[in-house]
Design a binder for this molecule. Structure first.
Ligand SMILES: Cc1cc2nc3c(=O)[nH]c(=O)nc-3n(C[C@H](O)[C@H](O)[C@H](O)COP(=O)(O)OP(=O)(O)OC[C@H]3O[C@@H](n4cnc5c(N)ncnc54)[C@H](O)[C@@H]3O)c2cc1C
Length: 402
């Protein structure tokens, strides 16, 4: 009889897990809380070779995704070049990757299914959904993200830790930008480093119009935000509600968005200030670290952001989720005994998650130090050079040494 897996979460991690397990012969269903398709959301992602390989394996076709850039550049406040380097890379949009995977799932994907708890009688696992439905399986894969219901039940002590800075993120259609901004920004991965802050951006694939491929520009702007004095104001919604750890973009207070846009004009190189000005729906992301003590318990496997959330500096969130799903599927196909496969998964992927967290803490140390004393900050300042930021951000080179 075919073995059965339930995947909780229908974002990118859950889609990779569902498709890859189906390819090795498992009977799979994917259960997503959201009632509507996720594909119209998201911004940009950095891609790495592992992501392209997993995408080809999961979908069965190798048509390339994303936009290629040839190198990197750091711009000064006045728009002049501080330093530059050759580094080819492919950048993609979250919605395109999600849609590519989703197109392959057929009837195994279920919307509006919210997991409320899990039980593990014997060598099986039972998922309890809102509304009372129960489904049992040989394996449950928790791909339910940073606020994972499964992780909270298994490892309640493991909580996201806010690290003292936020990121403003946004996407702008290339047709919305001036020729000057397009010329300056679209062929490279760009940076701008005002005191105490970091801006980076890159082109990603857009929505096809009239059969013609378009591009969008994606940016991530890190700014310090004190957990008591700044963050509550940023997370106070236009509806009067005080949000705790994330705020829906359509609830951002207009004063908060105005302040952010004015700061962009004051602090950023003109092409970056322009992309901020032209962003219709900016996103605010408080930056956190999250580590799980284990990626398995009994017949449950945690993956992606349910297990480890690394700060975005390595640009590896989606690649890590794809890698977790691939490792799990490979090990389950190598070992008939599910428990042996899960033990091997824990050994491989827990160490990997820890390495990524370590690396992103290193890359984020400068931003985190902005809330420290003058003396501590002066020390961190010594380790901030435009060349180092440009060379080390969003790359997975030398990963074995992290
Ligand atoms: C809509 C969306 C847009 C995103 N856009 C970007 C982006 O532009 N750039 C980027 O770097 N990262 C983005 N991310 C995050 C990125 O997907 C993750 O960092 C990474 O890919 C790991 O994904 P994940 O599948 O493990 O977790 P997530 O992407 O966080 O997905 C978790 C999924 O689980 C679902 N879920 C949660 N609880 C339950 C429950 N109890 N029952 C059923 N389902 C549940 C959620 O609705 C969500 O779809 C986005 C995530 C989402 C959900």
């Amino acid at each position: 009889m075919r073995k059965r897996a339930i995947v909780i979460g229908g974002s990118i991690g859950g889609l990779f897990a569902g498709l890859l397990l189906r390819r090795i012969g498992w009977d799979v269903s994917i259960h997503e809380r959201a009632g509507e398709e996720l594909g119209a959301r998201g911004a940009g992602i950095v891609t790495h070779d592992e992501l392209h390989e997993a995408l080809t394996l999961a979908t069965g076709h190798s048509e390339p995704i994303g936009v290629s850039v040839s190198g990197r550049v750091v711009l000064d406040r006045d728009g002049s070049v501080v330093c530059e380097a050759s580094r080819p890379q492919v950048l993609a949009s979250w919605d395109r990757v999600w849609q590519r995977l989703r197109a392959c799932t057929g009837g195994i994907y279920h919307h509006g299914h919210t997991l409320v708890s899990v039980e593990q009688p014997g060598n099986t696992v039972v998922a309890n959904f809102a509304g009372g439905e129960q489904i049992d399986a040989d394996l449950l894969i928790a791909a339910d993200g940073i606020q994972s219901t499964v992780r909270k039940q298994l490892f309640p002590q493991s909580q996201p830790q806010y690290v003292g800075y936020i990121a403003w993120r946004g996407l702008v259609d290339e047709s919305e930008l001036s020729p000057q901004a397009r010329d300056r920004l679209f062929d490279r991965f760009g940076f701008c480093l005002p005191p105490h802050e970091q801006m980076l951006g890159y082109p990603v694939d857009g929505i096809d119009r009239d059969g013609k491929a378009t591009c969008r520009y994606n940016y991530v702007w890190y700014r310090p935000a004190h957990p008591e004095f700044d963050l509550p104001r940023l997370l106070k919604g236009s509806d009067g509600q005080q949000y705790a750890d994330a705020i829906p973009p359509n609830r951002l207070h207009p004063d908060v968005v105005d302040d952010m846009r004015q700061a962009a004009e004051r602090l950023l190189a003109p092409p970056f200030a322009e992309v901020v000005r032209r962003t219709k729906t900016p996103l605010l992301q408080p930056i956190v670290d999250l580590e799980t003590p284990s990626m398995i318990q009994g017949r449950i496997a945690l993956m992606g952001d349910a297990a480890f959330v690394a700060r975005p500096h390595v640009g590896a969130g989606v690649t890590k989720a794809a890698g977790d799903a691939r490792a799990l599927a490979d090990l389950l196909s190598q070992h008939d005994d599910v428990d042996i496969a899960l033990t091997a998964y824990q050994k491989q992927r827990h160490a990997y998650g820890q390495r990524i967290i370590r690396r992103t803490r290193h890359l984020g140390a400068y931003m985190q130090s902005q809330l420290l004393s003058d003396e501590q900050r002066a020390l961190a300042e010594k380790h901030r050079s435009p060349r180092a930021v440009m060379d080390e951000t969003a790359t997975m080179q030398d990963m074995e040494t992290w």
